[in-house]
Ligand binder design. Structure first.
Ligand code: 5AD
Ligand code: SF4
Length: 418
C-alpha cells in the first residue's frame, strides 16, 4: 500500500519537484511509514535520524514523515525528531500547499471519501511491467491486534471507472501485470459493483494483462469471486488469505470473525474451483493469551493447507487497539521467538515441498528482468506468483514464455524455455 501511495505522492508533487534517486541531491525527502509493528517503526526512527543529519550539508533540505506513523504520533514527532512535515495518509493532496506556505506543518486529518481516484500515479521505481493499483483505502475490520483502522481510517472504495481507465493506460504503456490493492479487496463496493465484478472487468481489458489482488479477508472470500477466477486465464492463480492463527479461540480474541473450520472451508472451496491455486498467508506468533495448544493448532493448520508462502510475525502490541486496552501481552519474548521459529521452519519445509512438486511441470512465465545473481538468466513469475529463473535466450522483459521446471530451492524455481 505504501509503495502505491508513494507513487501517488510523487504525482501530487510533480508540478513542484523532480524526482532524484540521490538523497544528497534532494531538497525534500519524504519517508512513507508503516505502524503495523514496533520494529517497522524503530527502523523508521533510525532512518529519519540519518536523513535529518543531511540538513547539515544542505540548508534547504526539508525532511517529512508521511503515512501511518504520522497519523499515530502526530505532533509528538515534531517535538522529538525535528521533522519539517508530518502528513497522514489521507492528506497528501495538501502537500504542495504545505510546502509552499511552510505552514501548517502537521496534517493528519482522516477522510471518509478520499481515494485519490483522479491522481495518476508516477511509477518512479517500476520495472515497467508490473504495477500496483489501489482500489480501496482504510479498513473497518478492527482485528483486535491491528492499528490500521486507526491510522488509515474507514474503508472506502475507489470509483470503478477511474480504476479501469488507469489500468487501460498502464496496458498501453507496456505494463503486463496489475495487482489490485486494498486492506480487504473482497469488500470492494462502488455503487453496488462488487470485487468479483471489478476483477472481471479488469481481466477483460486484455488477455495479455495479468491480474493479481491482495489482500483477501477470509470472512469475505466469496465463491462468486472463485468462479470468476476460473473463467479468466489472466487472473492469476494465487490467493493471499491471511489466517493469522489456526486456533478458533485465538481467532476469537483476535476478532477475526471466522473460525478454523470456516477458514478451512474457504480453502476447500479454492481447491475445488482452482486446483492449482497457490495459497499464501500471514501468521502472528504469540498473541495475547496464546496457549501452547493454540500455537500447535496454527502449525497444524499450516500443514493442512500446505501454504506456498507465508509472512510470519511476532505479536507486537500497538497502542490504542482493542488488544492493548483489554487483553494482556503476556507471552514472554523467548516463547514468542521460539514459536515464530517453529512457524518459519515449518513454512520453509512447506514451500520446498510445494516447489518440488513443480519439477517437471511447464508454466507460463511473465518476464520481469535479468536475474539478480546472473547476467545470462532472466527471472519472472508464474501464475502462482512463484519466482522462476531460466537462461536468457532471445527474450526480454514483458514477454511471456513457457518454462519447464528442472530444479528448485524453497524460494525459487529453476527451468528451461520450451
Ligand atoms: N503484531 C504483529 N503482526 C501484526 N500484523 C498486523 N498487526 C500486527 C501486530 N500488532 C500482521 C498481520 C497482518 C500483516 C499485514 O501484519 O499478520 O496480516
Ligand atoms: Fe488490520 Fe484486520 Fe484490517 Fe487487516 S483486516 S488491516 S489485519 S484490522
Amino acid at each position: 500500500m505504501n509503495f502505491a501511495d508513494s507513487e501517488i505522492v510523487a504525482s501530487i508533487l510533480s508540478d513542484d519537484f523532480e524526482i532524484t534517486s540521490q538523497e544528497k541531491e534532494a531538497d525534500l525527502i519524504l519517508v512513507n511509514t508503516c505502524s503495523i509493528r514496533d520494529n517497522a517503526e524503530q527502523r523508521v526512527f533510525n532512518r529519519m535520524k540519518e536523513l535529518i543529519g543531511l540538513k547539515k550539508s544542505n540548508k534547504n533540505l526539508k525532511v517529512g514523515l508521511i503515512g501511518c506513523m504520522a497519523e499515530r504520533l502526530q505532533e509528538e514527532l515534531l517535538n522529538t525528531m525535528k521533522v519539517d512535515l508530518v502528513v497522514g495518509p489521507d492528506a497528501y493532496r495538501n502537500l504542495p500547499d504545505m510546502l509552499r506556505n511552510h505552514t501548517p506543518n502537521v496534517n493528519v486529518i482522516l477522510s471518509e471519501v478520499e481515494t485519490y481516484e483522479n491522481i495518476s500515479p508516477i511509477r518512479y521505481d517500476s520495472n515497467g511491467i508490473s504495477a500496483f493499483v489501489s482500489i480501496m483505502r482504510g479498513c473497518n475490520n478492527f482485528c483486535s491486534y491491528c492499528v490500521v483502522p486507526y491510522t488509515r481510517g474507514r474503508e472506502r472504495s475507489r470509483n470503478i471507472t477511474s480504476i479501469l481507465d488507469e489500468i487501460r493506460d498502464l496496458f498501453q504503456k507496456g505494463y503486463r501485470e496489475v495487482t489490485l490493492l486494498g486492506q480487504n479487496v473482497n469488500s470492494y463496493n462502488f455503487e453496488g459493483k462488487n470485487f468479483a465484478y471489478l476483477i472481471q472487468k479488469v481481466a477483460e481489458i486484455n488477455p495479455l494483462l495479468r491480474v493479481r489482488f491482495a489482500t483477501s479477508h477470509p470472512k469475505d472470500l466469496s465463491d462468486e469471486l472463485l468462479q470468476v477466477m476460473t473463467k479468466y486465464n489472466n487472473i492469476c492463480k494465487s490467493i493471499h488469505l491471511p489466517a493469522q492463527s489456526g486456533s478458533s479461540t485465538n481467532l476469537k480474541r483476535m476478532n477475526r470473525k471466522y473460525t478454523r473450520e470456516w477458514y478451512l472451508d474457504r480453502v476447500e472451496s479454492i481447491r475445488k474451483h482452482i486446483p492449482d491455486c497457490a495459497i499464501s498467508t500471514d501468521i502472528i506468533a504469540g498473541f495475547c493469551g496464546e496457549t501452547e495448544e493454540e500455537h500447535k493448532e496454527t502449525l497444524s493448520l499450516m500443514q493442512e493447507v500446505g501454504y506456498e508462502y507465508a509472512f510470519m510475525f511476532k505479536y507486537s502490541m500497538r497502542e490504542g487497539t482493542y488488544a492493548h486496552k483489554h487483553l494482556i501481552d503476556n507471552i514472554a519474548e523467548n516463547i514468542k521467538t521460539r514459536r515464530l521459529e517453529e512457524i518459519i521452519t515449518l513454512q520453509q519445509q512447506l514451500s520446498l515441498q510445494s516447489n518440488q512438486k513443480d519439477i517437471g511441470k511447464t508454466f507460463e512465465v511473465l518476464i520481469e528482468g535479468t536475474s539478480k545473481r546472473s547476467q545470462v538468466h532472466l527471472f519472472g513469475r508464474n501464475s502462482q506468483n512463484k519466482v522462476v529463473i531460466f537462461p536468457k535466450g532471445n527474450l526480454q522483459k514483458g514477454d511471456y514464455v513457457q518454462v519447464k521446471i528442472t530444479s528448485c530451492s524453497a524460494a525459487t524455481l529453476f527451468g528451461d524455455i520450451v
